[in-house]
Design a protein around this ligand. Sequence first.
Ligand code: MG
Length: 401
Amino acid sequence: MPKPVTIRDVRVILTQPGKSRLCIVKVITSEPGLHGLGCATFTQRIFAVATAIERHLKPFLLGRDVDRIEEIWNMSMMHGYWRNGPVLNNAISGVDQALWDIKGKRAGMSVCDLLGGKSREAANVYVHADGRDKQEVADRARAFMEQGYRFVRVQMGGYGGSGSPLVKPKNAPPGAYYDPRDYCRRMLDMIAYLREQLGDEIELLHDIHERLAPIHAVEFAKDVEQFKLFFLEDALAPEDIHWFRTIRAQCATPLAMGELFNNPHEWQLLIQERLIDFIRMHISQMGGITPARNVAIFADMYGLRTAWHGPSDTSPVGHAANLQLDLWHPNFGVQEWYRPSALDYEIFPGLPVVEDGYLYANDQPGLGIDIDEQLAAKYPCQDIVEDWTQARLPDGSPARP
Ligand code: MG
């Protein structure tokens, strides 16, 4: 038996080349020059994840056989006894993705090949069109269509559709205010307008971002059905998932859900009862490629498609992992894409590229991505108190962001 390749070091790389603070894990092996990268990005609690990796996971992982991904994933999850939380899941994901990357490099195969091989050459992506009014949204969507995109997520005034003047009580605290009822009216009007202006062929998506009371989400899903969205995202909060039965019973609007999920209880019911159409977990938030692979296969058996979470708070390494899953999974739906900056491409050589609305992987083994650590270090993570997540309803009460 040859001596196993083992984990020699686990390093956390924090960087912020753009709006989002990113956490990358680098697993260094006993084999000279062989390392893997993984995404552990929980941008709002980035330093907690870094500490979990450095102080808790690393001492537990040093010296372990890099080939034993399943065992390491399960032991990492159970070793802390309390489990399935976002900080720990992201920490585990960083290591898990890096181990898949290492396995691929050792085999001379992409992670997609390790999973079973390609079902497609490239992944359809959707991009975000937002605007202050419906005309601006239409203009942006049209510009994307001219660049070859076939799937566009349409929002107006950010999440919650803020824009109309609100009547607040005296001494109302500062915050990201929105009015859910006004939101419903304005968004329906916008989507009707876009369908009329842009035609039937463009696939339109919309994200409610769990901002409605459950019964109003039911109402909205019914009202928007006529405009044939590709999917309606996060109509409900994870805490309200049983309400999907009510939506399902009343309309055929395709439903997508999952970016906030971190516990298997949250997706089991939705898949088994076929209450949604697309699962879209944030891969690092659910613990990495290992659980994503399992859920993708589980969902496939029930006819659900995948649409993994992929805005700028997924790191480029996380996007590379998303794409490997997209290329493999027989029942892939669509991939959210954030249009990286030139600096992102410089810091992360191998970051996938889009052409005509399709996302392509390179032919490198593993995840096919690396990091220029010296350049990344020039963009350290800032101390931020997020504003947009301090959401409030018109009377000033706290609301889901
Ligand atoms: Mg979303």
